[in-house]
Design a protein around this ligand. Structure first.
Ligand code: HSE
Length: 435
């Protein structure tokens, strides 16, 4: 069968990883496909200075992405630039020129993937985006094909490696958030501007994409409740451990009676749950199906090689579909068309909650807090206080029985006005149902 030629736009981490895998695995890829994947063109700002892998010396190089998209030999464009600006133009231009697209772009696909797919269908090209979520975990393939016969009930994920690295380092060494973040930045694990990672936005885009695949609805990042990890302290891990729990930035999508509830937030999870053993920069996705029950996927969420594998595998799939002339192009969203999502607020959920206070100590504090909880009909479960050096900034914890998040938020709002608090209370859900 005739070779398929590809054009690569973007030679950062992912582009470089992709190229080196294409070079190193060229023969094996040809054996699997029955034809070769050829790199016809590459584009990046600094392309002249790039050393391309052996065998790619003669590849057409340009700093103008349009020359890749319009290159007569290129049948698949790999958009590995990221962001929602130029990348959107590149994908649009590829579609207009009848080229299939492989992308690693979570932000763009979370925001406008459904519309891009609509245009891709109209122009008869294919669109693939495995690398957009949890780079090294083939979770799109799982949701799109592996378990597409099931009905998904819930997804729980650890989808941001930076946050998970920070939390698990805090847990292991008792180091404060700012210190671990600074160390992670020095080691190159965290960006100079860490907001997308530690405030939950990166994970939120990933959950938007996975939920669309799992539940067949057009879910955008704004539909998802988000809270980051900046307020978590080593004390919180000490208290969580006392309760048999740990803390992770949990991405959750659950079918409930009220509808699909979506959130990215730090939560207490039992130390015995498999998600609690996800350490460092690793990612994991736990899928609960109505028929197939639980399946769990674990691996590296980022990095040139794990993400490069996802891109190369997508290139192979799309190339196969092009050469087989199959009209049955597989939707990257696992559903040919996505339905409308009616957002359900997280305030409808009922959970036990962990409430952590820091106070200037004086008699009567617990009584006042308990009074507010009682007035909201929130049952108190336990009060924990570990030894502390400071009476001026004393931490302690109250856990409450399963209560609606709406009432817990009202109580916390009221408590925040109390003069003995040195900061507003921290309220985290306790996810007991994770196995
Ligand atoms: N910054 C992301 C993370 C990796 O920390 O997981 C790229 O999505």
């Amino acid at each position: 069968m005739k070779d398929v030629s590809i054009g690569i736009i973007g030679l950062g981490n992912v582009g470089t990883g992709t190229l080196s895998i294409l070079a190193a695995n060229a023969e094996q890829i040809a054996q699997k496909l029955g034809f070769r994947l050829k790199v016809a063109a590459v584009c990046s700002r600094g392309v002249a200075a790039k050393t391309l892998p052996e065998g790619f010396a003669g590849v057409f190089r340009t700093t103008n992405w349009r020359e890749v998209v319009e290159h007569p030999d290129v049948e698949i464009v790999a958009e590995l630039v990221g962001g929602t600006g130029a990348a959107a133009e590149m994908i649009e231009a590829a579609i207009v020129h009848g080229k299939s697209v492989v992308t690693a772009n979570k932000e763009l696909m979370a925001r406008s993937g459904a519309e891009i797919w609509d245009r891709a269908i109209k122009s008869g090209i294919n669109l693939a985006m495995e690398a957009s979520v949890a780079g090294g975990i083939p979770i799109h393939a799982v949701l799109r094909e592996g378990i597409s016969g099931d009905r998904i009930v819930a997804i729980y994920g650890i989808l941001n490696g930076t946050s998970n690295y920070i939390l698990t380092e805090m847990e292991k060494h008792g180091t404060a958030f700012d210190a671990v973040l600074a160390e992670a930045q020095l080691l190159g694990y965290a960006e100079a501007d860490p907001s997308a990672d530690v405030d939950g936005y990166d994970a939120r885009s990933k959950l938007a994409i996975l939920s669309a695949l799992a539940f067949g609805e057009r879910i955008t990042p704004e539909d998802i409740f988000v809270e980051g990890i900046r307020r978590i302290t080593p004390d919180d891990f000490d208290y969580a451990h006392q309760l048999g729990y740990t803390i992770r930035l949990v991405c959750a999508a659950r079918q409930t009676e009220a509808g699909l509830v979506l959130s990215v937030r730090p939560a207490l999870i039992p130390q015995t749950t498999i998600l609690a053993s996800v350490q460092g920069a690793y990612n994991a996705v736990w899928v609960k199906g109505q028929f197939g029950a639980d399946t769990f996927y674990y691996g590296r969420g980022a990095g040139p090689n794990p993400t490069g594998v996802a891109v190369v595998s997508d290139l192979m799939r799309v190339a196969r579909e092009i050469r087989s002339g199959s009209p049955e192009r597989v939707s990257p969203f696992a559903h040919e068309r996505l339905g409308v999502y009616e957002p359900v607020p997280v305030t409808v959920q009922t959970r036990p909650y962990y409430l952590r206070f820091r106070v200037k100590d004086r008699p009567g504090i617990i009584a006042e807090l308990a009074g507010i909880l009682a007035a909201k009909k929130i049952g108190l479960e336990a009060v924990l206080q570990l030894p502390s050096e400071s009476k001026d900034d004393l931490p302690f914890v109250i856990t409450v029985e399963p209560s609606s998040e709406a009432s817990v938020r009202e109580a916390v709002e009221q408590m925040s006005q109390l003069d003995f608090l040195t900061q507003p209370p921290l309220a985290l859900p306790m996810e007991g149902g994770l196995g």
